[in-house]
Ligand binder design. Structure first.
Ligand SMILES: *Cc1c(COP(=O)(O)O)cnc(C)c1O
Length: 376
């Protein structure tokens, strides 16, 4: 086989156009020497807050730490219940467990992969102290309905926006859709940085103040610790590298969305036959396509056929949280059929701005070939 490999991600192609800008902003940090909480941190926070449309953006060392600090800011305590989806990355559940809270796993909406609002409603008890909804694969969860539910119950709502920076719901940006939004700048996320990174977004001045203190060991001033905190800071170099990324984001996201639209087109006929399910983005939303996740029966065979055709794919996520050895005994949950089905059937295709039409045709031809052949 002489066809070039189509990789699952291609980060170099995303950074290349920014080379000069990156070199300049990063070298500036070495010149002023404020590697921690330097001027780039404040600048990035100002830019993020403005971009997302919130009063406060607090950068931090990862998306996981953003979630941890959000829960700490809400003063989640041992025994409190936190409702979150069973089908997602482990971070929301880990952070709840680290604080001694009890994760209550809700099912997902089979069309959008995001938390199912009725399942959340069924999971709420008088001990529920927070809801974490994940805007999975780059599209906002149903925050219009989730906010109504959370408000009527008086429960704070956290958006895990690790995969959805830049997405919108009714014209409002992901990260600004609930009490607190948590972003990740892990390199492969839609707003990927040069290493780990994250941010917390909120309009609430009290929460913002608390979370800033928590990020710096709970200090209100040097060596005066008024609450339990951590070192959650993001370095100046990491912040600096994100500034050019943010400048180029609108363009990069438009290209990603164009790639997704081409997949939709190339796979439309196969989808009509029912052999494959394509991502469903509600009309009220835009997605930034952190993943282009299709669903097929017999996924392992299809993934193997694609691999043989030189196409890398990925499975986000093969095991739902309630089946993870480390977590299952700590979490509480009811019926999670849609989470189970997604974990069995999801296959993520390569998606990045530089993916060409020719490469996409190779991906979809191999995919259509595999699903129409069926098992040997
Ligand atoms: C990546 C991710 C996180 C964690 O972000 P890190 O920056 O890797 O700590 C949390 N939630 C979801 C849904 C993610 O995809």
């Amino acid at each position: 086989m002489n066809k070039a490999l189509i990789p699952f991600v291609d980060l170099a192609s995303e950074w290349n156009p920014l080379k000069e800008e990156i070199q300049a902003v990063i070298w500036r940090v070495f010149e002023h020497g404020q590697f921690v909480m330097g001027p780039e941190v404040a600048e990035l926070e100002r830019r993020l807050a403005q971009d997302v449309g919130v009063s406060f953006a607090i950068t931090c060392s990862s998306g996981t730490i953003a979630l941890l600090m959000a829960l700490m800011g809400l003063e989640i305590r041992p025994g409190d219940e936190v409702v979150l989806p069973a089908y997602t990355f482990a971070a929301p559940l880990e952070t709840a467990l680290l604080l001694g809270a009890k994760p209550i796993l809700a099912d997902i909406d089979p069309a959008t992969f995001c938390i199912d609002v009725d399942s959340v409603a069924r999971s709420i008890t008088r001990r529920t102290k927070a809801i974490i909804a994940v805007s999975l694969y780059g599209q906002p969860a149903a925050f219009d309905r989730l906010n109504r539910l959370a408000n009527s119950e008086g429960i704070p709502l956290i958006e895990d926006a690790a995969q959805s920076y830049g997405a919108t719901l009714n014209g409002r940006r992901s990260g600004s859709l609930s009490t607190i939004g948590c972003a990740s700048f892990f390199p492969t996320k839609p707003l990927g940085g040069a290493g780990d990174g994250g941010a917390v977004f909120t309009d609430d001045p009290l929460l913002a103040e608390r979370i800033k203190e928590i990020r710096d060991h709970g200090q209100t001033s040097k060596y005066r610790h008024t609450r339990l905190g951590i070192n959650g800071r993001l370095g100046s170099i990491a912040c600096a590298a994100l500034l050019p990324r943010l400048n180029g984001l609108v363009k990069a996201l438009a290209l990603r969305q164009a790639v997704a639209a081409r997949y939709d087109e190339l796979l439309a006929v196969a989808a009509d036959t029912g052999l494959i399910q394509l991502p469903v983005i509600p009309k009220t939303c835009t997605s930034v396509y952190a993943q282009y996740a299709v669903q097929v029966d017999d996924r392992e065979r299809v993934a193997e056929a694609l691999r043989k055709a030189g196409v890398q794919t990925a499975i986000h996520y093969p095991i739902p949280l309630h089946r993870q050895p480390a977590f299952c005994r700590f979490a509480s949950f009811g019926d999670l059929v849609h989470s189970e089905a997604a974990a069995r059937r999801v296959l993520c295709l390569p998606i990045y701005p530089a993916l060409t039409i020719q490469q996409q045709a190779r991906v979809t031809n191999a995919l259509i070939d595999a699903i129409s052949k069926g098992p040997p």
